[in-house]
Design a protein around this ligand. Structure first.
Ligand code: M6R
Length: 618
């Protein structure tokens, strides 16, 4: 995944592009580059490594240009492979996010036609294709359109030409691209954060759109069935800055009470979740009409089974919520890893498919969603990103409203997804006329207290910080969680692994003796999720004793420390009153342990090695 940004009509393009790239670095940061047009030429500055290495004041003055921050997929991350790439004459510069699958074949043909390549990327073919098409058409927009017809894969592309002053063109196919509209200036980027400091008015582009930005305005050519409309962004720039925290992850963990309030506010009553955030469904660039896409929750409730498709933390959130759909709404719930999912067309009458995706742009999830839709399933997306491909692909979508999440590690979006899924289960129960067990209903009524409990847990950071520091001396650890807490254990283990590089594995406590116990040695750290409300709290204590007897260093995350401490175990306390409440508060302590461990080990908390925030390639 990479980040791209173009601008036009700005006072100092190099500075605007440089600032924007820094905000896009969560999408990739192994090389970067900026291209501006200056006195009839294109000036390109590139670097291997972070954008900081580029000095914007050394770039000639211009009012338009484009830029790129890269996460290498084809070709190693060096200066030659950094974008922007240019054509043979150096008159055209392009930036690309995505993968060109037929690049080998195109490169061969282009070489035969006399084009010379300077990089080993899949992207460079685009610059040469545009070069040929421009010679034939003399129009950069037309040239991009013609080049696009020869590309296979996923892409968002920006292009400028030295002979076309005051023009930036762009197009997308299965990669995000959004326009920002300011007075006299326009921006085009993979993500709103790149230009949010300048404007809050945006247009989400759709697959197949071709956009021309000029100082006079914006022209979108596509196969849209509705006019292009600007939308207002609902979050401030402050939401996308560290606001005094040392890391985005820590800030985003602290935003969880607010995010949970936002996810839950006014939505626990039957009828209060509306698909598409209450808006008329937008239409997709394919042949569908808006009417085809307009489903309501009653149509989802008609199904006996929900198949959740998701990756990573979103998968864990779906796994944690699946239990609620069964208990609260009497709907069978299956959770599939999106990368492995193949739809079974025999199930279309029985099941609806729900994609859970923070970004709404994860390639594996989008592929699975599209496949489900093609197979005839009713589809729904639960996402943090209005206007994302997932919202445009699914028949309906539910926003989680967590605000922008910059750190690669999902924290507040996991909590918000879980809360929204929890409410969705309650709404479906209502629509199905299903009467859940009174205890389950009571749990739901207590969901409103969760943000306050999470805040109280966040305020009690000392013990979790101490555990994180201790964990930093180890290479591996285990997280035990049973029943509804097993998905939570998986999520905590994922957080530890991805940001601190400590190998963390989650197990249901009962599984230990069937194999994993062999891995426990003197001093092995074991985190145990031990809620007071567990069906059999003693079962977890026996598992803890079992590993402690083999020398493990056992720490319980619990809402009832006393009986556990009396047995000689160390605890990390959490504030919660109910079974569901425990999951949210224990999550916060697990995140804190992972965070502190990563800080202690000197890891790059917000940008862990080898990872990017949203994985837009399969
Ligand atoms: O944007 P998505 O929710 O679809 O992303 C899915 C995963 O890539 C993501 O949850 C990933 O596992 C997290 N960054 C881990 O913290």
């Amino acid at each position: 995944m990479c980040g791209i940004l173009g601008c036009i009509g700005v006072e100092d393009a190099a500075q605007v592009l440089h600032d924007g790239l820094k905000r896009l670095e969560y999408r990739g940061y192994d090389s970067a580059g900026i291209a501006v047009a200056h006195e009839g030429d294109i000036q390109v500055d590139k670097t291997a490594g972070r954008v900081e290495a580029i000095e914007p004041t050394h770039i000639p003055h211009s009012t338009f240009g484009l830029a790129h921050t890269r996460w290498a997929t084809h070709g190693e991350p060096n200066e030659a492979n950094a974008h922007p790439h240019t054509d043979c004459a150096g008159r055209i510069a392009i930036a690309h996010n995505g993968i060109i699958e037929n690049h080998d074949e195109l490169r061969q043909q282009l070489r035969q036609d006399g084009h010379a390549f300077t990089s080993t990327t899949d992207t460079e073919v685009i610059a040469h294709l545009i070069e040929d098409a421009y010679q034939a058409t003399g129009d950069l927009g037309q040239a991009l359109r013609q080049a696009r017809h020869r590309l296979e894969g996923s892409y968002a592309i920006l292009a400028v030409h030295a002979d076309e002053p005051n023009l930036v063109v762009g197009t997308r196919h299965e990669s995000p691209l959004v326009v920002g509209i300011d007075d006299g200036a326009l921006y085009l980027a993979s993500d709103i954060v790149a230009f949010r400091e300048h404007t809050d008015r945006v247009v989400h582009l759709e697959d197949g759109d071709l956009v021309r930005l000029t100082p006079q305005g914006l022209i979108v050519d596509g196969q849209r069935t509705e006019p292009v409309q600007a939308e207002q962004v609902a979050w401030d720039l402050e939401d996308a800055t560290k606001a005094g925290f040392p890391h985005f992850m820590l800030k985003e963990m602290h935003e969880q009470p607010r995010a949970l309030r936002e996810a839950l506010t006014g939505r626990t009553q039957p009828g209060s979740i509306e698909l598409n955030d209450g808006d008329t469904p937008t239409c997709s660039p394919s042949n569908e009409t808006a009417r085809d896409r307009g489903i309501d929750l009653a149509q989802v409730a008609d199904h006996d089974q929900l198949i959740f498709i998701a990756c990573g933390s979103s998968y864990n959130a779906a796994l944690a919520a699946a239990h609620e759909f069964e208990q609260l709404a009497g709907i069978e719930a299956r959770v599939e890893r999106a990368s492995e999912y193949e739809p079974n067309p025999w199930q279309t009458d029985r099941a609806a498919v729900v994609a859970v995706t923070q970004s709404g742009e994860t390639a594996d999830t989008l592929r699975a969603l599209e496949a489900a839709k093609q197979a005839g399933f009713t589809t729904l997306a639960v996402t943090n990103t209005n206007g994302s491909t997932a919202t445009r692909t699914a028949h309906g979508w539910v926003p989680i409203r967590a605000g922008p999440e910059i750190s690669v590690a999902a924290t507040k979006t996991f909590a918000s997804q879980l809360a929204v899924l929890h409410n969705l289960a309650a709404h479906l129960a209502h629509l199905r006329g299903f009467t859940p067990d009174p205890r389950v209903r009571e749990e739901l009524d207590h969901l409103q207290d969760v943000p306050t409990q999470v805040q109280a847990t966040l305020d009690e950071a000392g013990p979790a910080n101490a555990v994180g520091q201790r964990l930093a001396d180890h290479d591996r650890c285990f997280v035990l969680g049973s029943g509804p807490n097993h998905p939570l254990a998986e999520e905590i283990a994922l957080k530890i692994k991805e940001i601190s590089y400590v190998h963390a594995e989650a197990f249901p406590a009962g599984e230990l003796k069937h194999g994993p116990l062999a891995l426990v040695e003197e001093g092995t750290p074991v985190l145990a999720l031990a809620p007071r409300t567990a069906e059999d709290p003693e079962a977890m204590i026996s598992s803890m004793s079992e590993v402690a007897a083999r020398g493990a260093d056992v720490i319980a995350i619990t809402d009832e420390p006393q009986p556990i401490e009396e047995r000689g175990f160390q605890t990390v306390p959490v504030a919660s009153k109910t079974e569901a409440g425990f999951v949210y508060s224990a999550l916060v302590q697990g995140q804190r342990i992972a965070y502190q461990c990563a800080v202690e080990r000197g890891c790059n908390v917000d940008k862990p090695r080898n990872l990017a925030k949203s994985v837009t390639v399969e």
